[in-house]
Design a protein around this ligand. Structure first.
Ligand code: ADP
Ligand code: MG
Length: 317
């Protein structure tokens, strides 16, 4: 992959920030539809380092898109803290949010058709956000050319989206996302409509972009092979981070990556048991916890007599 000469180093988040680039603490998002409230994020904690490449996985409805939309400035959080770079997204003015969306973050949707303007060529699609940001025509042409060259798409620059394959459309979409050289790229299931081969090449490309100019990347995906391409896989469940998996490339053998999975203990000391253990516990019930030297043991209470969460006075009277 070509180095992106014009993605200037001072634009790279790593050069600007000490501490995490994304810092979500006890983040809540509640959707209200008439009388109904849906808690899409419930006390989510997540830190992402500058230049890190992470994947978020989780069941449908677990809050992945909600989180990404908040990070993209497309939706506002209900409570908690979410800081991206130097911006507090809970407390940002509408006009600042527009600036943020335009120049600080690139976004790629799953639906290929949603990412590109159908009646503009690939090059014009890339140059449109640059024009909106006030970039002169010469700089626009130069950067779109450089991006397309790097993505192996230069000969497709005059094509319209309908003349591209799904994989090519997503490549073009990533180029559009990087048009204004944002320090952060977000992608919501970018390979959801692609086959394995195309998915591999898209993630390979995203990793190349991340490595070549330090753009921080958060991608939501169902793609099982994603751990080979990212620094960390974050598992979201019921609107909270349950566990994280780290790939250790130093232990890579025969193409297999050894992965360590860790349960996340959040700021308030809460942890979410991995699903395979929850059957041992009564939901909403009690657990016994004790420390044994270096280990902490969490076990279901003795089944006989079974502690109850209802107050004794209620039971007896
Ligand atoms: P995922 O992307 O992990 O599938 P989402 O973030 O889209 O999950 O949704 C999380 C929860 O929030 C779901 O229960 C979903 O129905 C709800 N939700 C998402 N967007 C809205 C909305 N605009 N209005 C009401 N509920 C929503
Ligand atoms: Mg989603």
């Amino acid at each position: 992959m070509t180095q992106f000469s014009s993605y200037s180093p001072e634009n790279a988040p790593a050069a600007q920030h000490s501490g995490p680039y994304i810092d979500c603490r006890d983040l809540f998002k509640i959707y209200k539809r008439s009388e109904l409230e849906v808690v899409a994020l419930r006390g989510l904690d997540l830190s992402v380092e500058p230049g890190e490449l992470i994947a978020i996985i989780g069941a449908s409805g677990s809050g992945k898109s909600t989180l990404l939309n908040i990070l993209a400035g497309l939706d506002r959080p209900s409570a908690g803290q979410v800081i991206v770079g130097t911006r507090d997204l809970l407390d940002v003015s509408d006009s600042d949010l527009v600036k943020y969306r335009r120049s600080e973050v690139g976004f790629v949707w799953q639906a290929t058709a949603r990412n590109l303007v159908p009646y503009l060529s690939v090059a014009d699609n890339i140059e449109l956000p640059m024009a909106l940001a006030g970039q002169p025509a010469k700089a626009r042409r130069a950067w779109s050319g450089e991006l397309l060259e790097s993505l192996g798409m230069i000969e497709k620059r005059y094509r319209f989206p309908y003349q591209l394959s799904g994989g090519e459309q997503q490549r073009a979409a990533i180029a559009v996302g990087l048009a204004n050289k944002p320090p952060l790229l977000l992608a919501d299931e970018p390979t959801g409509e692609l086959d394995t081969e195309n998915a591999d090449s898209i993630f390979e490309m995203i990793r190349g972009l991340n490595r070549s100019f330090g753009v921080t990347v958060v991608t939501v995906t169902h793609y099982p092979g994603v751990s080979r391409f990212v620094d960390r896989v974050v598992h979201i469940r019921d609107g909270r981070i349950g566990s994280e998996t780290f790939s250790r490339p130093d232990y890579r053998r025969d193409g297999d990556t050894v992965e360590d999975e860790y349960v996340v203990v959040d700021q308030a000391g809460r942890l979410q048991l991995p699903l395979e253990y929850t059957d041992h516990f009564r939901h909403g019930g009690l657990a016994r916890i004790q420390s044994d030297g270096g280990k902490i043991i969490i076990e279901p209470p003795d089944s006989n007599p079974r502690p109850s969460r209802t107050r004794p006075s209620q039971n007896r009277s």
